[in-house]
Write a protein of this length. Sequence first.
Length: 251
Amino acid sequence: MKGKIQVVILAAGHGKRMQSELPKVLIPLHGKPLVAHVLDAVRESGICNRPVVIVGQQRELVMQTLGSDYEYIVQEEQLGTGHAVRSTKKILEEKADHVMVLYGDHPFISPETIKKLAEKHLQSDAKITMAIVKLIDFLEWKSIFYTNFGRVVRNSNGEISKIIEFKDTSNDDERKIKEVNPSYFCFESKWLWKNLEKLKTDNVQKEYYLTDLVKIAMQDKEKIESVDIDPQEALGVNSRAELEILEKLGA
């Protein structure tokens, strides 16, 4: 499997809500930076020897902390997840058959899940393979999912048709959907580079959403695959309160 998939980790944001001088991905959880948990899981999965880390805010500090085992790409402006991944094209276009996108502030993803996502993608010949979290409710620690995670919308055949970010939901029916998207994706790279150019900023955030690629693939009748993952593996950190929840869950 090595050599076929390139892992890209988004680590450019500052995380203003964290009330920290550190860039968000360097904030410690159980004694090591958030992003180090992700990088350790990638290494243990064995699918990629040298992940690409997209840096932005305080990039020198992030690169100095993580060291020379990774490729770094600078995202000068933070214009959304789609924009971040597009910034890797210049070094990955000729190098990677497939691209897996993970997040530097989602520390609980396991090596097993990374491997499972990669294997499903390679075996299925899909343009997109995505992780999905199926919730029973949004209570207690699962309340993190309510406002932070996009909803997985399916058509009448039960096929994934699009992802709606919470801020773009328009009614309670959409908000009540308990199938949510942690945004762990594996893409066929040629399809990815071509379709990243089609992304638009017609959303509340005025950003280029990587998740809009799901809708594009569906409209083009391309194959989309998915793997179900444990909800805790999808948790990210957007605030001090959420960091405290993760500290308790992972203790």
